[in-house]
Design a binder for this molecule. Structure first.
Ligand SMILES: Nc1ncnc2c1ncn2[C@@H]1O[C@H](COP(=O)(O)OP(=O)(O)O)[C@@H](O)[C@H]1O
Ligand SMILES: [Mg+2]
Length: 249
């Protein structure tokens, strides 16, 4: 098996002094999309913020290509190869599309790669980002993560408020990012779209991991997902006395 590009062990993250995420162990392999699912408020964004250094990691280790990064400043984590597409998509609205890419570009980053992935952006390269559609803005945000030449990209609910067709288009791009060898950690509300593009899935509930397994195990099984999200009796009551479906011992 390929060594993980990102590996978390026993990670706890606080939000405004309140413990939100606890004891999360998780891995993301290069060249694959790893999916993180969970209900609203489960702690997904807090976990991503912890990985990126925007929320304090209280315990545990976070390794990027084997190097511990949990004590580094956010910009140093970025420099080490961590890209973060945050939940609230942001571009520099008064800068052009191309200027937005240039300001995020690292020495190894290539704008041509972004235009190949998103021909829409190349057509609008001289347009101010504020005039882009929601979907195009999200493409630009992904593009900005890509020109920083990342090893790992965290993507938090990029589909929020976008039309289903646009979301599908963005999801296939996420697959292409993985195709470039990047380890993608994808948080998504549209679980089935994410499970289609992903390899391994984690489900978070109340800040802890309640499922870790191949995406195919969850694909199309909305009932099981619902139980993982919210708890409740397991489907096959026979042979188990667990009150909650938590599929980790
Ligand atoms: N800025 C904040 N201050 C205090 N609590 C917060 C803050 N942001 C989120 N929380 C709490 O942390 C928990 C997890 O939130 P979040 O990580 O945003 O979940 P998700 O991304 O899975 O919807 C929620 O219970 C939420 O109320
Ligand atoms: Mg969130």
């Amino acid at each position: 098996m390929t060594a993980p590009a990102l590996a978390l062990e026993g990670v706890a993250v606080n939000r405004a002094e309140v413990p939100v995420v606890h004891d999360v162990s998780l891995e993301a392999a290069p060249g694959a999309v790893t999916v993180v699912l969970g209900a609203n408020g489960a702690g997904k964004t807090t976990l991503m913020d912890g990985i990126a250094g925007l929320a304090p990691v209280k315990s545990g280790t976070i390794r990027l290509d084997g190097t511990a990064i949990e004590k580094l400043q956010p910009y140093k984590r970025a420099r080490a190869g961590l890209g973060y597409v945050e939940q609230a998509r942001t571009t520099f609205r008064t800068l052009t599309v191309e200027q937005n890419l240039i300001v995020s570009q690292s020495a190894d980053g290539d704008i041509a790669t972004v235009y190949k992935l998103f021909p829409e952006l190349e057509k609008r390269r001289t347009l101010q980002a504020g005039y882009l559609s929601g979907g195009e803005q999200q493409m630009l945000v992904l593009g900005r993560a890509l020109v920083s030449a990342p090893k790992v990209v965290l993507i938090d609910e990029m589909s929020l408020g976008l039309a289903p067709l646009v979301v599908r288009r963005l999801m296939s791009t996420v697959g292409e990012l993985a195709g470039m060898g990047i380890a993608v950690l994808l948080i998504e509300q549209f679980a089935n779209l994410a499970l289609d593009v992903g390899t391994h899935a984690y489900v978070l509930r109340k800040g802890g991991v309640v499922f870790s397994g191949p995406c195919e195990e969850l694909r199309g099984d909305d009932e099981r997902l619902h139980r993982l999200y919210f708890g409740g009796p397991p489907l096959s009551a026979a042979g188990t006395d667990a009150a909650d479906e938590s599929e980790l011992e």
